[in-house]
Design a protein around this ligand. Structure first.
Ligand SMILES: [Zn+2]
Ligand SMILES: [Zn+2]
Length: 287
């Protein structure tokens, strides 16, 4: 059974290892491909510093280094240039020209930010708990269900706008909530069904991301089993990723991803096989 690692971060953004170290790890694990998905720059757009995104001035070096690694590892492992592109309502999108003009092999579209309707500052649901709780209080008056709804609204908007290949960690809203901030399960399942419907319509791949487990923040993958069961209903293809921020996590906890897919009755996953005529090509792998 072949696997890839298409959601990875390096020292160019918030990862710990460099591009070469990550390539070597992927090669040693006999992966089919490694893709680099640096967080796109956002400082200019959000008007404040970010310690987890690629700096605008380093974008060209990042592209150069990934392309050089692609050449260096040719014949040993497929190396791809990608980005994890943020969708921030009216502020940032995977369709932004500064990203598409770099001609990446693929893009992961991720919703990290929500933009409260009361005018409070957009904040990331993936950030440190203090930042999350401040955002929840200021933007949603502490109403976690309202936040959850906004999160899925934003994600749906991103999917329908398009311009990316893989949907990133589709229920990352759970990371900072975990039993502390709750809402009726049924209401979330409804929202997840809308996400699956939108994904089915636009033909994207949904990642089964072990990043929360690798970070020791969660015991389950994104998306959770019940969400994956909905994804199965809509027959949406999935790709197993690790959201690796260091070489040792390159295929971290893929076993849990496979177990979860088995329970959800999903018996195949996708491998990225390059971009031809501006279209991503996928290889189906049975699991
Ligand atoms: Zn992310
Ligand atoms: Zn990531």
């Amino acid at each position: 059974m072949m696997f890839s690692s298409m959601h990875t971060h390096t020292i160019f953004c918030d990862g710990k290892d460099d591009i070469e170290t990550m390539c070597r790890a992927a090669y040693e694990k006999k992966l089919f491909a490694i893709g680099f998905s640096a967080h796109v720059p956002i400082e200019k757009q959000i008007g404040k510093k970010s310690n987890w995104n690629l700096k605008e001035e380093n974008v060209n070096d990042y592209v150069k280094e990934v392309l050089a690694a692609k050449k260096r590892w040719q014949g040993k492992i497929n190396v791809y240039l990608g980005f994890e592109a943020d969708y921030i309502k009216d502020i940032r999108s995977p369709l932004d020209n500064d990203i598409t003009s770099l001609k990446p092999d693929y893009l992961i579209g991720s919703t990290h930010f929500v933009s409260p309707k009361n005018g409070a500052q957009p904040f990331t649901v993936d950030g440190p708990i203090e930042e999350f709780e401040k955002g929840l209080k200021e933007g949603y008056n502490g109403n976690a269900q309202a936040l959850m709804n906004d999160y899925y609204d934003t994600q749906k908007e991103m999917i329908l706008a398009g311009g990316f290949d893989i949907l990133g960690h589709a229920d990352i809203i759970k990371k900072n909530c975990q039993g502390k901030y709750t809402w009726p399960k049924e209401s979330e399942l409804c929202r997840q069904k809308e996400i699956a419907q939108a994904a089915a319509k636009t033909g994207i791949i949904i990642e089964v991301n072990t990043g929360g487990i690798n970070q020791k923040r969660l015991k389950e993958v994104y998306p959770s089993l019940s969400f994956l069961q909905i994804i199965r209903e809509f027959d949406i293809p999935v790709i197993i990723t690790s959201d690796a921020h260091c070489a040792k996590d390159i295929n971290g906890n893929y076993g849990i991803a496979i177990q979860t897919l088995n329970i959800a009755d999903i018996n195949k996953h996708m491998l990225f096989n390059g971009k031809f005529n501006n279209k991503a090509v996928w290889k189906i792998e049975i699991i």
